[in-house]
Each structure stands twice: as C-alpha cells, then as structure tokens.
Design a protein around this ligand. Structure first.
Ligand code: HEM
Length: 494
C-alpha cells in the first residue's frame, strides 16, 4: 500500500513538473521570439563552468542573427539584445525603466548588498551621484601621481625578474592592486615589486578559483533568490575580515570634514560614512567597506586583464608596437621622461586599448532588469522583472560593423575612423547611467603602465606560445579573462 502511495505521489509530481516545464519551454515560441533551446533543469545555463559566458553570448549572436533572442536562466525567461538601436533604448533612452541590474547580492551579505554594483534604485542613484565626485579629473590627479611611481616599479620588476617568464596577469594585478591600496585605502603597498601586501592578499584570494566562489557568483548573477537563501557572499570570508580590520584602523586614524572638498577617493568614502552616521544609519561602516570592496574588485582584475592582452597583443603586432614606441619617444623628447605628460598627449595608446577592449572586453554583456512592463518593439512587450542582457561582446565582433573583426587593428579607433563606428556597437565600459564609474581610473592605470613598459622594453612573443586570438579564455569565470598564463619576452631598449 505504502509503495502504491509513493509511486502515485511520485508520478503526480513528475507529471506536474512536466506540465510546468512545457509551459516554461513554450514561453518564447508563443511570442514568436527566436530562442536558444533550454535544458529542463538549467535552462540555457548549462555552459556555466564549461564555457565563458562572453563566448556563449558571441555564439548566440552569430547563430541567431536576430535583434533579440530569448533564453532561460534556469526556468526564468530572459532576453538577449543584439541590436544597437535596442541597446540604446534599454541603456540610455529608457534607462529610467532599467536603472537596476538583475544580479543581486544576498541581503545577508552587507558587503555585497550595499555596494554600488548591486544596489537598486533609489539607493543606487543617490550613491552613484555621491561616488561620482571621486572620479573627476581633479580627484584622479592623485591616481595619476601614484600610477607614475608604480609604472616605474613595473620596469624595475621586469628587470628584477630577469625579463622573461613573467606572468603578465599576476604582475599587472600586483600593479593595479598597488594603485587601489594607495589611493582608495591610503595604505602603503609594494606589490608591484614584491608581489605581496595586505590588499594584495585580498586580490590574490579573489583570483583563486574555488567551487564555492563559482557557485556564489553564479547565484548572484543568475539566481539571486538562491544567493539570498544561502547567503552566498560577494567576497570570500577571509577577505571580508581583512577589509574590516583594515578599515577599523582607517576609521580610528582618519577623520574628514563634511563641508570640505574631498581630495582623495578615501576622503570621499569617509565623507559618505560620516553622512551616513549623521543620518543614523547603523551600517555606515559596512556601507563604506562595501564601496571600497566593489571598486577594488571591479577595477583591479579588469584593468590587469586588459593590460595583459595589450602587452601580449603588442608582442604579436611588431608594427603597431613600433608605431607606439615612436609616438612615445617623440613625446619623451618633448617632455623628458615625464610619464604624466607623455600619457596625457599620446593618442595611439588610446587606439590600442580601445581595440583590445573591442576583442577582449572583460564584461561586455550588460545586465539590466525591467522595472515595469516594457515594449521592446511592436511585436514584443516584456513583463516587469525580466532580466535583459545587452550583447555588447557580440556586436563588437560583428563583421557588419567591424571589417575582419578578429584582426587586431587599432586604426579603427583613429580620430578619422572612429566617427564611422556605428553608435552602440562598442560598449566595453557599458553605457547609460550605469556605465563603468572607474573608466578614467582604468585608463590612467593602463596608459601609464603601457608607456613605461614600451619606452623601456621591446616585447616579443615567446616561442610556442599561442597567438592572442587562440589563447584560452577562462572557462569557469564569468568575465572574459585569459584562461592561461600569458607571457612575453621583454628586451631592454638601449
Ligand atoms: C578595463 C577596465 C574596466 C572595464 C572594461 C570595466 C567595465 C565595466 C562594465 C562593462 C561595467 C557595467 C556597465 C554597465 O552595465 O553599463 C562596469 C561597472 C562598474 N565598474 Fe568597471 N570596468 C573597468 C575598470 C573599473 C575600475 C578601475 C573601477 C574602479 C575604480 C570599476 C568599477 C566599476 C563599478 C563600481 C561598476 C558598477 C557601476 C554601477 O553599477 O553604478 N571598473 N565596469
């Protein structure tokens, strides 16, 4: 008897699951939208941990060639936008309806939940406005000054390490970590020379893959309810504890006045804390630590990975490298070895970085969620709450917009050519109100390092190493980053 009850209940459950699944599966077909066929358990997320999401997005872009394509995050329908016009509508024209990102950190994790990347409106608008002041030209002068010193350290580091067999991404992560350590935490940091430091311990921890971290980030990005239920954290616990201890010391030693113009990134953060305390906000300390954490995590590896691809690509493009060297040399003759002046006037460096970011954008599938029902076009209206992914990473290599898209050609971004690039087909820093807040910080970091290295070394590819387009991409991570240790030979210039 028990067996019959068990079998019957199980059969009913399976039948209910199947009926529900049929309904889920027919969602996009019923609306006449092309879709990626889903798996009954994972939806379209079966690629996770096996293929980088950016590569998957590019494949979807090429396979369907449609302005939008339906997909499922587990059983939740989501929409991929492949058209520049629709991208503009979502990111800019109708950004009032798309102020929030779908990804959400667990409410049990204040360092995740309170930070700028995950905050929802209206708290996000308010914070974004107040944090933006930290990224004006005047505030970034302190970043530029530190970048000059640390770029000279990079040259020394390459010399100390014997010019060869240096892991580019590790070296550049050491460098970008120094920039954050000094400018956002006002903590002395020598990772560019030593590979070690208090903040470097955090960024190293972050770069270390673990299954738990993989699950946490997949939850945060694609199944926020799960992240919330299990309290899946944004940062590993040890890193959160280290950050708290560092800030405990900062809070004891540093005070700021609210009505005084902040000078540094840390001044801005401390003013936010003070304001938050005045408003009787109990979690003011966590609030500040959360912003420091997201700037560090959002900035150090994206910039380091881009620099890695820049230097690696230059090793395979001797003509581009020579042109860059000649430009930098001319500027050096004009200004002396003053990196800040050289960086300010170099135009070719911009072209190179832009071209690298076109092919290797660390995070160019831009997520948003509709606040209210939204009419995408005359055929499709999506309900409030539906996640949307703008497929920048796909558009950036569409031959319709970029001839021979996988050929590295910085001339695409020369002053005369750049104006012909169709709007909203190039978005490595995102677009609209949620555009990357650290873009200028990143450009300063990357340009100083590039200038110092190319003025002092010629970079050559190592025998047997893969061409840039053939190099592996991280499979288990969520961002487009090198999946293998990329190295070059540094030949000292006379
Ligand atoms: C090459 C370097 C970088 C790239 C390619 C990059 C790219 C991006 C992209 C694509 C977004 C999402 C934009 C959108 O959804 O429209 C973003 C957001 C963000 N980035 Fe960056 N980023 C870089 C460096 C940095 C740096 C250096 C910082 C910190 C100083 C930073 C901090 C952030 C933060 C906090 C957000 C969230 C902004 C918000 O939601 O209001 N990023 N970044």
């Amino acid at each position: 008897m028990l067996l019959i009850i068990l079998v019957t209940s199980l059969s009913i459950l399976v039948a209910l699951f199947y009926i529900k699944w049929l309904k889920v599966r027919s969602y996009w077909a019923e609306r006449g939208v092309p879709f990626v066929p889903p798996n009954p358990f994972m939806g379209n997320l079966t690629f996770l941990q096996r293929k980088n999401p950016s590569i998957w997005m590019r494949e979807v872009y090429t396979r369907y060639r449609a302005p939008y394509v339906g997909m499922w995050l587990f059983w939740r329908p989501a929409l991929i936008i492949n058209s520049p016009e629709l991208a503009r509508n979502v990111l800019v024209r109708d950004s009032g309806n798309f102020r929030n990102k779908f990804m959400t950190a667990s409410s049990k994790d204040p360092i995740g939940a309170l930070n700028l990347l995950f905050l929802k409106d209206p708290a996000w608008t308010n914070l974004r406005r107040r944090l933006t002041v930290a990224f004006t030209s005047a505030k970034l002068k302190s970043v530029q000054a530190v970048a000059v010193i640390k770029s000279h350290d990079l040259v020394t580091r390459i010399q100390n390490d014997g010019h060869n067999n240096i892991s580019l991404r590790t070296m550049f992560a050491d460098y970008t970590t120094d920039l954050f350590s000094i400018t956002a935490f006002e903590l002395a940091s020598d990772a560019t020379l030593t590979g070690e430091g208090a903040i470097r311990a955090i960024t190293k921890d972050f770069m270390q893959f673990s299954a738990y971290r993989g699950i946490s980030w997949c939850g945060i990005f694609f199944w926020p309810e799960l992240a919330d239920l299990f309290g899946l954290p944004f940062l590993p616990k040890e890193s959160t504890d280290t950050l708290r201890n560092i800030f405990k010391i900062i809070f004891e030693r540093k005070d700021v006045e609210l009505n005084k113009e902040p000078r540094t990134l840390l001044d801005v953060l401390m003013q936010l804390k003070k304001k938050s305390e005045e408003d009787d906000n109990e979690d003011s300390e966590d609030f500040i630590i959360a912003q420091a954490a997201v700037l560090l995590i959002g900035g150090f590896d994206t910039s380091a990975a881009t620099l890695t691809y820049v230097i690696y690509q230059l090793a395979y493009s001797p003509e581009v490298q020579e042109k860059l060297y000649q430009e930098l040399l001319e500027l050096k003759e004009k200004h002396g070895y003053q990196l800040d002046a050289i960086v300010a006037e170099s135009t070719y460096m911009d072209c190179i970085i832009k071209e690298v970011l076109r092919i290797f954008p660390p995070m160019s599938w831009l997520d948003r969620v509709a606040l209210e029902d939204y009419k995408v076009d005359e055929h499709l209206t999506i309900p409030a709450g539906m996640p949307i992914y703008v497929n920048g990473v796909g558009m950036q290599v569409d031959p319709q917009y970029y001839d021979d898209p996988y050929t590295f050609d910085p001339e695409r971004f020369s002053a005369e050519n750049e104006k012909n690039i169709p709007a909203y087909t190039y978005m490595p820093f995102g677009d609209g109100p949620r555009v990357c807040i650290g873009k200028r910080f990143a450009m300063i970091a990357m340009k100083n390092a590039m200038a110092a290295i190319i003025l002092n070394y010629r970079v050559e590819s190592c025998p047997g190493s893969p061409k840039p387009m053939d190099a592996e991409i991280e499979k288990r991570g969520l961002f487009l980053m090198p999946g293998e240790d990329l190295k070059v030979n540094f030949i000292p210039r006379k």
